[in-house]
Design a binder for this molecule. Structure first.
Ligand SMILES: Cc1ncc(COP(=O)(O)O)c(C=O)c1O
Length: 462
């Protein structure tokens, strides 16, 4: 999707594009390393974690849940969320809108980026998008002009709020001051079908009180404008678990938001949220490989221009684990030192020491201080699983220096281990699960499979 050319006036091509092939399925990240022996980073997606978080949000949040696509736009990730019941998507670009529309024709999308090109507004409206956010009069005018002052618009004013409890401040770029927001709201009320206020308290927000404060500010803005809000959208910002960051549970956020918005909700206002990070952080790891070791420096094949932007620029220490799968060796084989094919089969040292990571590009900034605790004998050829990277991981990759990887592996032990009901439409393993097959266990529709094990896999996926 990233490189596709979009003609803004056409019906986007992805409306009719076929759904992507399912990702190969593995029982564990170690199995991914053992089978693929990947030279480039692999995004390992955990469907159970993704579906679990989506289900949790839908259960706990007392309103509409929109997934913020920017956080991880992988079609596999989106599929799992859809399967768990997510039908609403916050899109930031036409490209994201086309991706979602191509996958889920019945999904509802909301264009929540406060600054959009005229072409994007026009094409989005043509696609059926009716909700647009804005934080300036100029953007309001653009939306009205490009939709020919359509009567069915939902216009959301993005309110500036502080980000005191967030690890990642998003207040520096967007958001109208309260007096400007009141004026915009009054104006929007005259032309829109529905009006709302949205905000973002900052990403990885550790304190539910931040939402309560922002909601109080929104109520104040609406009262000053003498406008009844159809929607209050509390945005994203819900936190995930990272080393050194232990946020309160989602329940606390939901309760605080509900209490703060009670007067609005009693008055018929709808509540929305747009989680990204909390929805998918635990849903994927990156499997990276050590290309060289210099003392406590590990030169790996992923970095700040790849999936590890936050590890470099914010100094986040993601959880790491050495992955050194036991390769099948002859009885008399001598354990290697990671030379030859660059693969060690030795049992890793039990002693953990701190390492820094250096990314694959030639830029000096491409380094991640850590420290990342790994076995003392970590060496060239080893793989490392970097966890909690489902949010703003693979999504942040550039092609700088020619490094870019789109390889996705689905890690789903339950798909193998837990037989469910028989499939309605039989599925079959299309590739034999051999040690060397890179597409082992890939599934597709086809003839009924003849062995019970395969059926269990297929049935669970139906
Ligand atoms: C408009 C909007 N909504 C939602 C999100 C998702 O935020 P988070 O990942 O912190 O939940 C973002 C992130 O930048 C955003 O800009």
């Amino acid at each position: 999707m990233r490189n596709s050319k979009v003609l803004p006036f056409d019906i986007p091509r992805s409306w009719n594009s076929p759904a992507p092939a399912p990702a190969p399925i593995y029982r564990s990240v170690d199995e991914v390393a053992r089978r693929l022996k990947p030279e480039a980073p692999v995004e390992c997606v955990f469907p159970e974690a993704v579906r679990g978080q989506a289900t949790k949000f839908l259960r706990l949040f007392p309103g509409r849940v929109l997934y913020a696509v920017k956080c991880n736009p992988s079609a596999h990730m989106l599929r799992h969320m859809y399967d768990a019941g997510i039908r609403q998507f916050d899109v930031a670009s036409l490209e994201e809108a086309q991706l979602v529309r191509g996958l889920f024709p019945d999904a509802e999308m909301h264009f929540m980026h406060p600054v959009k090109s005229r072409e994007a507004i026009r094409a989005a409206y043509k696609m059926g998008i009716r909700t647009f956010s804005l934080d300036s009069t100029q953007e309001l005018m653009k939306i009205l002009e490009e939709t020919k002052s359509a009567k069915n618009l939902n216009l959301f004013i993005r309110l500036a709020v502080g980000a005191t409890a967030a690890a990642y401040d998003l207040s520096g770029k967007f958001g109208a001051a309260p007096s400007v927001a009141s004026d915009l709201l009054r104006h929007a009320r005259k032309v829109a079908h529905k009006v709302g206020i949205c905000f973002h308290v900052g990403s990885q927000c550790m304190d539910p009180a931040s939402y309560a404060g922002a909601i109080a500010r929104a109520i104040d803005v609406a009262q000053k404008a003498k406008v009844k809000l159809d929607v209050i959208d509390v945005g994203g910002g819900f936190p995930a678990f990272y080393p050194g960051m232990n946020p309160p549970p989602l329940e606390n956020f939901a309760e605080t938001i509900l209490a703060a918005a009670k007067t609005l909700l009693d008055d018929g206002t709808e509540l929305w949220c747009e989680p990204g990070r909390a929805m998918v952080a635990s849903g994927a790891s990156m499997l990276v490989r050590v290309m060289l070791r210099k003392g406590r420096r590990l030169y790996i094949n992923d970095g700040t221009y790849g999936s590890l932007f936050d590890a470099g620029s914010l100094g986040w220490r993601y959880p790491v684990r050495l992955v050194r799968p036991k390769a099948p060796v002859r009885k008399d084989a001598v354990p290697t030192e990671g030379t030859g094919k660059g693969m060690s089969v030795r049992t890793p040292s039990e002693k953990l020491v701190g390492f820094s990571f250096y990314g694959p590009t030639c830029d000096t900034l491409d380094k991640m201080k850590g420290p990342f605790l790994l076995p003392e004998d970590t060496q060239e050829g080893d793989w490392i699983e970097i966890s909690q990277l489902g949010a703003y991981g693979a999504a942040m990759q550039t092609r700088f220096n020619g490094f870019f990887s789109e390889t996705v592996a689905t890690v789903w032990p339950a798909a193998i281990a837990v037989p469910a009901v028989r499939p309605r439409r039989p599925l079959q393993l299309v590739s034999p699960a051999t040690e060397t097959s890179p597409i082992a266990l890939q599934l597709s529709a086809g003839e009924p499979s003849s062995n019970g094990h395969d059926e269990a896999v297929a049935a669970t996926l139906e």
